[in-house]
Design a protein around this ligand. Structure first.
Ligand code: HAM
Length: 439
């Protein structure tokens, strides 16, 4: 007899560089998101969501064709209709496209927008570096005053500080067009006789964008970058004055920063102020949690009117990783008023109904219908922090009553089913009063 061969199943698996965010970790994500929403409310930023997919050209023109992000890391494809599209590697370009397309320059300026969502870069995965990662970002478009740079930096700083991280801003000015043209000449001269020792990428960068050499991750290129002439010494008067004002505002606000001439950022659209935020507890391997800067020419590059702007974005996986490494406690979100427990099939029907009624009346109510025994259900009620448990069994159903158990004292009382909500409210209110008196 022929033996039946079992079809071999190929195991499904996560795509390399991607990450599942499991329920336990969602507690961290919620804390970070709440902080972002609060900052947006406090500083008057409105939410914008732009599509994950944009025309590839948008990123070529803004982030820059010669940057690693565009030349090596974009997920690009051609649609059946022939459109060349890319998954967004960042969100600033999309936000400015939307600002122009929706005529936001007719709104009172600056237009302050924030976003939160996934970005995609096909980089080499490692700790804190994914191919799909989440960013939140704040963009203030339409004002060139240095006070706006400072305020946006303060927002980025405060969010991380309030999350319990010990951070520092590393700041530089990449100048305006005039300063940069002059500085690039000086840089090319500096690297002229060192060319042969540069990495392959830097040899190419020297021709098109010499400032990018300062940002190279290869060790011997980094050593050369440290000795290189510094942009701040070649700023135009205007750019210098702007930068000094930003620093004065930061001093005034006691923001921890260090001047770092190698901060040029991995995107081409920056002008004047540029910064990154690093966490200090791990000095050895500093990985930026966020970065930002001014991008006064971006709108014009996209065919809009010249519009000064400044903003930043932060990597959410990295922030959460740092919070976990630093054992930052997050409040347990499960804080229920009441657990509905049931014993037996009939009671379960009634309990389902009671649960719905309490939920509709905005009680913080929870249950676990798949548990049958009372002990299991009381354990769960305790874990979820329920103040009371309503218990229904065969007897309570025939009597038209419910048992109410105070989870702190263990005292149980019989109450009329019809008065459950009134009794529950009365007791919850009393608990609040009692706890206020204890303070
Ligand atoms: P960025 O420096 O390329 O700037 O990215 C900002 C942050 O996103 C980084 O500091 C990092 O925390 C996070 N990030 C970047 N790549 C990855 C990755 N592969 N995996 C995990 N996290 C990552 C921008 O994207 C600019 N759009 C910021 C900006 C907004 N400038 C002005 N406005």
């Amino acid at each position: 007899m022929a033996t039946k061969k079992k079809a071999k199943k190929t195991q499904v698996q996560l795509v390399k560089g991607m990450k599942d965010i499991l329920p336990d970790e969602q507690l961290y994500w919620n804390v970070v998101k709440e902080k972002v929403f609060k900052a947006a409310r406090d500083y008057g930023f409105s939410r914008i969501d732009t599509p994950i997919v944009e025309f590839t050209n948008l990123f070529k023109r803004t982030v820059g064709e010669d940057t690693d992000i565009v030349s090596k890391e974009m997920y690009s494809f051609v649609t059946p209709g022939g459109d060349k599209l890319s998954l967004r590697p960042e969100n600033t370009a999309g936000v400015v496209r939307s600002y122009i397309e929706h005529g936001m320059l007719n709104l009172p300026q600056p237009v302050k927008l924030f976003y939160i969502g996934p970005q995609f870069r096909h980089d080499k995965p490692q700790a804190g570096r994914y191919r799909q990662f989440w960013q939140f970002g704040f963009e203030a478009i339409g004002d060139n005053d240095p006070v706006i740079d400072a305020q946006v930096i303060i927002i980025s700083y405060n969010i991380l500080k309030e999350l319990g991280l010990d951070i520092q801003i590393q700041i530089n000015s990449v100048g305006d067009e005039e300063s940069r043209a002059n500085y690039m000449k000086i840089l090319r001269q500096y690297y002229q006789d060192k060319k042969k020792d540069l990495c392959v990428d830097c040899k190419k960068r020297l021709i098109k964008s010499p400032m990018r050499l300062l940002d190279c991750k290869v060790k011997y290129c980094q050593e050369m970058a440290l000795e290189a002439p510094q942009m701040v010494d070649y700023l135009s008067d205007d750019a210098k004055e702007h930068f000094m004002s930003v620093l004065e505002y930061l001093d005034e606000m006691d923001v921890k920063y260090s001047l770092d001439p190698t901060i040029v950022r991995g995107l081409d659209y920056y002008t004047r102020t540029a910064w990154e935020i690093v966490e200090l507890s791990n000095e050895g391997k500093l990985q930026a949690l966020g970065g930002g800067g001014r991008y006064d020419d971006l709108a014009e590059v996209l065919g809009g009117r010249a519009t000064p702007a400044v903003g930043f974005a932060m990597g959410m996986e990295r922030i959460i990783m740092k919070m976990q490494e630093n054992k930052i406690e997050i409040p347990k979100s499960k804080d229920y008023d009441v657990f509905v427990a049931q014993l037996g099939v009939e009671a379960r029907k009634k309990a389902l109904k009671l649960f719905e009624e309490l939920r509709e009346d905005d009680f913080k109510v929870t249950e676990n219908m798949s548990k049958k025994g009372l002990k299991d259900q009381l354990d769960i009620a305790n874990k979820r922090g329920a103040k009371y448990t309503l218990i229904m069994g065969q007897k309570e159903i025939s009597d038209g009553t419910v048992l109410i158990r105070d989870m702190e004292s263990g005292v149980q009382e019989i109450i009329d089913y019809k008065k459950v909500k009134i009794e529950l409210r009365k007791r919850l209110q009393k608990k609040i009063l009692d706890s206020e008196q204890k303070i």
